[in-house]
Design a protein around this ligand. Structure first.
Ligand code: ZN
Length: 275
């Protein structure tokens, strides 16, 4: 699933291409991609308008229109948002095409079809449940060791589960949570409330580092992810634990282990992240 660095990379690569080009039409090939509006309503909101700004919050992309309306896009599991020439072959799992001036298309291609688009016509995030309750951005100033400590304090849940909770920290998913915990030397299943002050300092630092490096390398392509120009990311080559079951730990040489935690795979080094 695209996480913060992947969505940020999509944002950056699309920004150069799609801003300030009049929207000439839309084709909805998978109507359920639209969560809170019908195709006609979306067409009315978009036709003749243009995107003026592309923002990201957590794993959400927010496309601002010159009307003040916003399109809120979540790629979920396998969504790929790409800008391609309008005459490019339409891939099998294309959910929507937005036709821009200069024969350019923005397309959401989504094999698993969990990706969503919301049309937001009022100020604020009101109707979009996931957006309005998002926690701090890992690279924002309000994400401090004290903030992280507050999120973990008194919780019996595994620290990894707390890191994945978007209401506490926005944008972390399975890959960057595992990588952060490895760098901080913390067992993913350790109860959040038992994380020490020194561990919190290290974890805070490693989350910021991993997210920054992920963005610098244009995200991680494990299966489906590509940026807005259809290119794969580069961070997969630098992963230290995620997806590396049985391979040697970069720090100690011991084998990386995979366990199930709250139904999700977690990769860690038992030696560096003592249970
Ligand atoms: Zn190790």
């Amino acid at each position: 699933m695209p996480e913060l660095p992947e969505v940020e990379t999509v944002r950056r690569t699309l920004e150069e291409k799609i801003l300030c080009r009049p929207i000439q039409g839309i084709e909805v090939l998978y109507p359920r991609v639209l969560r809170n509006c019908e195709e006609g309503q979306l067409r009315d909101a978009l036709l003749g308008r243009q995107f003026t700004q592309l923002d990201r919050r957590g794993k959400y992309l927010i496309c601002r229109l010159d009307s003040g309306d916003r399109l809120v896009i979540h790629l979920r599991m396998t969504g790929r948002l790409i800008a391609v020439p309008r005459d490019a072959a339409v891939e099998k799992h294309t959910s929507i095409r937005i036709h821009l001036a200069d024969e350019l298309d923005v397309r959401l291609v989504d094999q698993r079809k969990f990706g969503t688009i919301d049309l937001l016509q009022e100020p604020g995030w009101g109707s979009i449940q996931g957006l309005k309750g998002l926690g701090a951005e890992p690279l924002a100033e309000d994400f401090t060791p004290a903030y992280l400590a507050e999120q973990l304090a008194g919780r019996k849940a595994a620290v990894k589960s707390v890191l994945l909770d978007q209401r506490r920290i926005a944008g972390l998913g399975n890959i960057y949570a595992d990588e952060s915990l490895h760098r901080a030397g913390i067992y993913p299943g350790k109860p959040a409330g038992e994380i020490t002050e020194a561990e919190i300092e290290r974890l805070h630092q490693s989350i910021k580092e991993v997210i920054k490096e992920g963005i610098a390398h244009r995200g991680t392509t494990f299966r489906d992810y590509v940026d807005g120009e259809g290119r794969q990311g580069g961070f997969q080559a630098l992963l230290r634990v995620y997806g590396r079951e049985g391979q040697p730990c970069a720090a100690c040489g011991g084998p990386i282990v995979r366990i199930k935690l709250a139904g999700r795979s977690s990769f860690f080094c038992p030696r560096c992240q003592g249970e």
